[in-house]
Design a binder for this molecule. Structure first.
Ligand SMILES: Nc1ncnc2c1ncn2[C@@H]1O[C@H](COP(=O)(O)OP(=O)(O)OP(=O)(O)O)[C@@H](O)[C@H]1O
Ligand SMILES: [Mg+2]
Length: 236
């Protein structure tokens, strides 16, 4: 049985900087996994490698056992992997609704419209459907990115800091939304600095430091671990 996602010896150098340094992580189908680590530990670079925005210097990225390392983003997306960005990038001049038309889904117009309205409803965006995306709050932009990714009905969604810059009231909604999406069967790998979010969401947490996985386990276990404390306190 292969994992949904598995990286083996994944490596990315930028000149002299080794951002990801022999990373071995995996996500099972339907799992909800947190990815944490100090600033600059290589989390976003890892997502960029998995989604094909960057080519690895070395290593494998297996999706259901097939290596997609170095494959372009549309190939990875077609294989059921969606992602959101640390800084959300909706098309600002398009309306919320129009942003939802961007993913190339294989549905007829009516089914597509149905899915758009269901997702906008579910992610608290129905009342701003006709607003320009650049008029949304930071949290709403993150929700729009998530809604857009879900148009493609992915098996795995990678979230890069969905709580950053989101007001606390909306944050509770976003946490519930992520849980619900996961309970319907979508695996989620979530990068987050807010430990209360990680604690309430993650079944398992992967901790990175200096481009490597230093441990993985349930939240309470990793929180008590000396290596994790050192990574956060000691710098790299
Ligand atoms: N395109 C790039 N060119 C050069 N160096 C880069 C590039 N992208 C990332 N880096 C470097 O790689 C390292 C890892 O960066 P990355 O953004 O992956 O960290 P991160 O864990 O996501 O950090 P944060 O928690 O601050 O978002 C850092 O030293 C960063 O400066
Ligand atoms: Mg990052």
């Amino acid at each position: 049985m292969s994992e949904l996602l598995e990286t083996n010896g994944l490596k990315k150098s930028f000149g002299g900087i080794v951002a990801v340094d022999g990373l071995d992580i995996s996500v099972e189908a339907g799992e909800l996994v947190g990815l944490i680590g100090p600033n600059g530990s290589g989390k976003t670079t890892t997502l960029n490698l998995i989604t094909g925005l960057l080519s690895p210097t070395d290593g494998e990225i297996l999706l259901n056992g097939t290596d997609v390392a170095g494959k372009p983003p549309h190939v990875v997306s077609n294989r059921g992997v969606g992602r959101t960005f640390q800084i959300s990038k909706p098309f600002g001049r398009l309306s919320v609704y129009e942003n939802m038309l961007v993913p190339n889904v294989s549905l007829d117009a009516e089914e597509r419209d149905e899915r758009i309205h269901r997702l906008l409803d579910e992610l608290h965006l129905a009342e701003v459907a006709d607003e320009r995306a650049d008029a949304l709050s930071g949290g709403q932009k993150k929700l729009l990115e998530l809604a857009r990714v879900l148009m493609l009905d992915p098996d795995l969604v990678l979230l890069d800091e969905p709580a950053a810059g989101v007001n606390p009231a909306l944050m509770d909604d976003i946490i519930e939304d992520i849980k619900r999406i996961n309970e319907r069967g979508t695996a989620i790998l979530i990068i987050e600095h807010d430990m209360s979010v990680i604690r309430s969401l993650s079944e398992r947490v992967i901790v990175m430091n200096a481009g490597k996985k230093i441990m993985t386990g349930p939240f309470e276990e990793i929180r008590a671990d000396e290596r994790v404390r050192e990574a956060y306190l000691g710098g790299t």
